[in-house]
Write a protein that binds this ligand. Structure first.
Ligand code: SAH
Length: 233
């Protein structure tokens, strides 16, 4: 029975490819270029991942707008510009992403983009129902280098640590200590933080580099993310 429902959903998604096609995606990529995304590897990953597959069918026609969209359970799919900007910052200076940890899989969109750019990606989500949805969204994507984990991302993934790059898709008041520990020396982490400078409901993107003697922070754009929660659901 479930198989039948899946088959119908797949057929609808394929039918949707007409209006949510490669050309629409390329227009999104053109806009990203205009907004200052210059990393060709990131741009080609954004051109390759079919964002419409990761949103509800009723929103598929809006999938290539540069906005966050609801994905259920009070969560959102991140804005394409912010996804591109964060991955570009992790790679800037010609750096390879190496082994990546993403906290907050959501619908799996950013995880798919990362898996096009990095050799190995781990993504953790605390809401089981969303993780199941991400798995089904990612089914057709053939991303053998992407692993999804159910758990509280505040704790990182000790079994897979350390990571060369960490990207957090939910906003915290401070950097989770376990994530700092699970970053290699020479590694980079990017996350939205509720800093005193950020206005109400907004946060500041912060890039953290781990050096041999400590951590270096650079503050970037103002952003708006859902909160980083604790525990599993
Ligand atoms: N990466 C997603 C964005 C998802 S929104 C994309 O590509 O669009 C942020 C996600 O973080 C939500 O799904 C939310 O459930 C999840 N989240 C919040 N706190 C978390 C935590 N402590 N551990 C893991 N996931 C968390």
């Amino acid at each position: 029975m479930d198989g039948d429902i899946d088959a119908v959903r797949d057929a609808r998604r394929l039918a949707g490819i007409g209006m949510t096609s490669q050309r629409t995606r390329e227009r999104m990529v053109d806009r990203l270029r205009e907004q200052g995304i210059t990393d060709e590897r990131v741009l080609s990953a954004m051109a390759a991942v079919p964002r419409h597959v990761f949103v509800e069918e009723v929103l598929a026609s809006r999938a290539y707008e540069d906005t966050a969209l609801p994905i259920g359970l009070g969560q959102t799919i991140s804005q394409p510009y912010v996804v591109a900007k964060m991955i570009q910052a992790l790679r800037s200076g010609g750096r390879d992403l190496g082994k990546v940890l993403e906290v907050g899989t959501g619908c799996g969109y950013q995880a798919a983009v990362l898996a096009h750019v990095a050799p190995e990606v781990y993504s953790i989500e605390r809401i089981q129902a969303l993780l199941d949805r991400a798995r089904s969204n990612l089914l057709g994507q053939k991303l053998a280098n992407l692993r999804l984990t159910y758990g509280d991302g505040n704790l990182g993934i000790p079994k897979a640590a350390p990571f060369d790059s960490i990207i957090v898709a939910a906003a915290a008041p401070e950097v989770p200590a376990a994530l700092l520990q699970q970053l290699v020396v020479g590694g980079r982490m990017i996350l939205p933080l509720k800093t005193p400078q950020a206005g109400r409901g907004t946060q500041q993107l912060v890039l953290i580099e781990r050096g041999p003697r400590g951590y270096n922070e650079t503050t970037m754009d103002a952003v708006r993310f859902v909160p980083l929660e604790t525990g599993r659901q």
